[in-house]
Write a protein that binds this ligand. Structure first.
Ligand SMILES: Cc1cc2nc3c(=O)[nH]c(=O)nc-3n(C[C@H](O)[C@H](O)[C@H](O)COP(=O)(O)O)c2cc1C
Length: 393
């Protein structure tokens, strides 16, 4: 089974990603891994922290001579900011005078609920782990899942469809997402320049007012065959697993598969995607059964149907405010302003990249469960056999 876990805190020495269950023989592209980490750091509206960090993953195990060897892969990503925090957050007892306590919990953060739960007189240890710095380790893990999927012809990318009130209003092609991901400068990761400028306008407005803004990203899985996930058991449905994977990201408060949100306001004939049959069809397609539109987002009954899988994540506005909301001091119990920590004001593009990683890990897990194989060669053989079978259906 493909499994991963992460460790590390925002201002600790390093982040760790541990991935197990990948077959042997998957080519590991270190340049791609670095680029994925770089993509997560981009976007208009990020804070000062992203100017400090230059994320790079150091692989400690599980990869030799450029390929996976079937054993667990441990990766470490150093926090450059650690040098400024070594005395504030030492592993040893250290000097309590140097501790930077957070005693006015920030609304919208785990600060208060976490301090109550773990019995801390300040929220520092809570926010250190609740921070989305952790998503860096998810991106490192997800990039390995992407390498596995890529070997089977499956790609995962994202783009931004909304920032505040500014929305992408036109349809798009997969190739536009490929071009977007290849860009060397990232503004708001929107495929449409005019919409992207409107999105930038939303961030500029927010920068002027000292507030924050949320938005919506969309992750697209391209080249996935029909038959991934199952209707047979609730916890093996592709839609259910994707929802959990994306919802588990910091600040994501809603997940939509295909046009799920609009579908709830529409009638059936406008929503469901009619099925057609193509007598002649390119060899690259999995099946001759086709759809002219994809409102279902490539999933029906918890099973991929061969169309692009589309998953949207709805992000609340960032919780740390330059003009903080009211809070209560842990020390005095009196009303005060919430603490302020250096912060981003808009993270929709970065959240999209982190969501790509989560989607890739969820899809890779189901792909491995369906096709099995301890080596990439064995997995591919099973994958190709199935491909031939559904092509003849
Ligand atoms: C890529 C990314 C970066 C984030 N950066 C910040 C930040 O700088 N400041 C902040 O207050 N919240 C930030 N967040 C959101 C918080 O981590 C999140 O809202 C908080 O931990 C509470 O968790 P919840 O929103 O999931 O309930 C970020 C989220 C993501 C996905």
């Amino acid at each position: 089974m493909l499994r991963f876990s992460t460790a590390g805190e925002s201002h600790g020495e390093a982040l760790i990603a541990l991935v197990s269950g990948l077959p042997a023989g998957v080519p590991v592209d270190l340049e791609f891994l670095s680029r994925e980490l770089w993509r997560r750091q981009q976007g208009y509206g990020r804070g000062g922290r992203m100017r400090i960090e230059r994320d790079a993953a150091h692989i400690l195990s599980g990869v030799r001579h450029g390929k996976t060897i079937g054993s667990p892969i441990a990766m470490q990503i150093a926090n450059r900011d650690w040098k400024n925090w070594e005395e504030i957050l030492p592993v040893e007892t250290g000097d309590p005078e140097k501790h930077k306590a957070v005693t006015s919990p920030r609304p919208g953060h785990a600060d208060l609920a976490g301090a109550l739960k773990y019995d801390f007189p300040d929220a520092r240890y809570i926010l250190e782990r609740a921070s989305a710095r952790e998503s860096t380790a998810r991106v490192a893990a997800g990039s390995l899942a992407k390498m596995l999927l890529r070997a089977l012809g499956v790609e995962v990318l994202s783009h931004v469809v909304r920032v505040g009130q500014a929305e992408l209003q036109r349809p798009y092609q997969w190739d536009e997402l490929v071009a977007l991901a290849a860009k060397d400068t990232v503004l708001l990761n929107c495929i449409d320049e005019e919409a992207e400028q409107r999105m930038k306008g939303e961030v500029d407005k927010i920068l002027r007012t000292g507030d924050t803004v949320g938005g919506v990203f969309e992750v697209v899985v391209h080249g996935l065959p029909p038959g991934i996930g199952t209707h047979a058991n609730w916890d093996e449905r592709l839609d259910g697993l994707l929802a959990q994977a994306v919802m588990s990201l910091q600040a994501v408060k809603g997940v939509e598969i295909g046009r799920g949100v609009t579908a709830a306001k529409s009638v059936g004939s406008e929503v469901h995607d009619a099925i057609t049959y193509a007598a002649e069809q390119e060899e690259t397609k999995f099946t001759r059964f086709e759809r002219e539109r994809n409102n279902a987002g490539g999933i029906e009954g918890g099973i991929s149907n061969g169309e692009d899988v589309t998953v949207r994540g709805y992000l609340k506005p960032i919780s740390t405010l330059r003009r903080p909301l009211a809070s209560v001091s842990f020390a005095t119990r009196e009303e005060t302003k919430a603490s302020y920590e250096r912060s981003d004001v808009c993270v929709v593009p970065a959240a999209g990249v982190a969501a790509e990683a989560m989607v890739a890990l969820a899809v890779a897990r189901l792909v491995l469960e369906k096709f099995g194989g301890d080596s990439l060669r064995e997995l591919k053989r099973n994958f190709d056999g199935y491909r031939e079978q559904i092509r003849k259906f």
